[in-house]
Write a protein that binds this ligand. Structure first.
Ligand code: AMP
Length: 187
């Protein structure tokens, strides 16, 4: 299977981005870059980044763009990111998307597809409640969905006009979603 693909996965929390990103990245042999996972492991390791991010993550709020900018700059500069990646959870604000365009220009990288995962709120809440992560309490879930609508959904307009933009119906069995994704990336 060909690698050298750069994919941006967008969608609300619980849409299945992480699951699909992991699967596809494995098959394409490219890194799965989840900013949420990087932050969670920084919190677990009690690093300076983790200490700065913890209260935001625990409340379901967005970690400030400045922290994410340096995190993603470092991650995309690593050797393994030179042959492709699946970005999961970044960008999450229009500001982050603008930053990403600039950063990719600097790094001489371009992304191939922006994939938007579509799933209705009721399904999201149900899925997240059964996932059991420490930020998966009902209150935090509702807040994360609200934050998604306010801050992240406007990104769809940012990317929609670009040829690389596409949507997949995320309200299906994981294998069916994977099939659609493979068709998108012709993998
Ligand atoms: P996720 O694993 O993508 O659901 O992210 C978990 C949490 O990490 C989010 O609720 C935010 O607090 C934080 N986070 C992850 N990615 C970002 C981002 N791109 N910008 C701001 N905060 C983020």
């Amino acid at each position: 299977m060909s690698n050298d693909l750069r994919l941006i996965f967008l969608g609300p929390p619980g849409a299945g981005k992480g699951t699909q990103a992991l699967l596809l990245a494995e098959q394409l042999e490219i890194p799965h870059i989840s900013t949420g996972e990087i932050l969670r492991s920084a919190i677990a390791d009690d690093t300076p980044l983790g200490q700065q991010a913890q209260s935001y993550v625990d409340k379901g709020e967005l970690v400030p763009d400045k922290l994410l900018a340096s995190l993603i700059r470092q991650r995309l500069s690593l050797p393994d990111a030179q042959k492709g990646w699946v970005l999961d959870g970044f960008p999450r604000t229009v500001n982050q998307a603008t930053f990403l365009d600039e950063l990719l220009g600097e790094l001489h990288q371009t992304y191939d597809y922006v994939v938007n995962f579509e799933v209705q709120d009721e399904v999201l809440i149900e899925r997240l409640l059964t996932r059991g992560r420490r930020d998966d309490t009902e209150e935090t879930i509702r807040r994360r969905i609200e934050v998604y609508r306010q801050e992240t959904a406007p990104l769809l307009d940012f990317y929609r006009e670009r040829d690389s933009f596409c949507s997949v119906d995320g309200n299906r069995k994981p294998e069916e979603v994977t099939e659609s994704l493979k068709q998108v990336v012709r993998a």
